[in-house]
Design a protein around this ligand. Structure first.
Ligand SMILES: [Fe+2]
Ligand SMILES: [Fe+2]
Length: 266
């Protein structure tokens, strides 16, 4: 089964590259994925024109199974009222022996994320009901801190409770977005994968637009990152310091890793 995970489209007038998104959509369609998961911030500010633009682009994705989750930017300017109008589909789907469900963390006009006690109880029960399935949980905000994401709170305010519920329900794979920084880490048996931004120009730590390609087979999975119009690579390369910068040859300052360039002893 092939899953494409993209995030943070930020459709709008500012900080959005429509050409990059169009290229990404073409690439994704050529992969013929079984399922596509989008982890929020599809608009830049939750405005009606941005919702229209986002819906127009998302309609171009040729995949029957698309799970679309909301992000904090989508709920700005009362955009939470527009979400249900533009994207009324349920935020959960099953495919063969896999459950994919979205955990809502965005709140109206707030940048910080929260799962909330009632949703957590409901979600814990949902996971237990699908005990025999491979369980993928998509959420916009972070569950644990990741590098290059600044000092503001990016994890959900009830991250401890959320982690306990997801672990207790034997979730297998967590997909996040939010700070436009691709990353991958494991907490106990919980594999957490972050997508970068597919089409925002506001990038941090990793300076190319990208999305993730996840191949799954009988309970095991392999995650790779695809730079839009660029290479496809394993996450090992990103975790070891590759920053995704693609500069013209004349501007390159060398192939030494950033850590070496910044060393105070040099
Ligand atoms: Fe974002
Ligand atoms: Fe966000």
């Amino acid at each position: 089964m092939l899953l494409v995970h993209l995030s943070d489209l930020h459709c709008g007038r500012n900080s959005f590259s429509p050409r990059t998104l169009e290229r990404a959509i073409k690439e994704i369609n050529s992969l013929e994925p079984d399922v596509i998961v989008i982890t929020g911030d599809i608009t830049n500010g939750g405005l009606i024109d941005e919702y229209k633009l986002a819906a127009k682009h998302i309609r171009k994705l040729k995949c029957e199974k698309i799970l679309l989750g909301s992000g904090n930017h989508d709920f700005q300017h009362t955009g939470f009222l527009l979400w249900e109008h533009f994207f009324p589909k349920p935020e959960m789907l099953t495919l063969k022996d896999t459950l994919i469900a979205h955990l809502r963390t965005a709140r109206p006009d707030r940048d910080t994320g929260e799962v909330g006690y009632r949703q957590l109880v409901w979600f814990g029960e949902l996971l237990k009901k699908h005990r025999d399935k491979f369980k993928i949980v998509a959420l916009h905000h972070h569950l644990v801190p990741i590098p290059d994401t600044g000092t503001r709170q990016n994890i959900v305010v009830d991250a401890g409770d959320a982690l306990r519920a997801l672990m207790g329900g034997d979730a297998n794979l967590i997909l996040c977005g939010h700070k436009h920084r691709p990353w991958k880490l494991k907490v106990e048996n919980l594999q957490i994968v972050h997508a970068g931004s597919v089409s925002s120009t506001r990038l941090r730590g990793f300076f190319s637009n990208s999305y993730n390609i996840i191949e799954m087979e009988r309970g095991s999975f392999n995650v790779e990152l695809k730079i839009v119009s660029g290479e496809r690579m394993g996450f090992g390369k990103i975790l070891s310091g590759y920053d995704g910068i693609r500069l013209p040859a004349a501007l390159r300052i060398g192939d030494r890793p950033a850590t070496e360039r910044l060393s105070p002893t040099k």
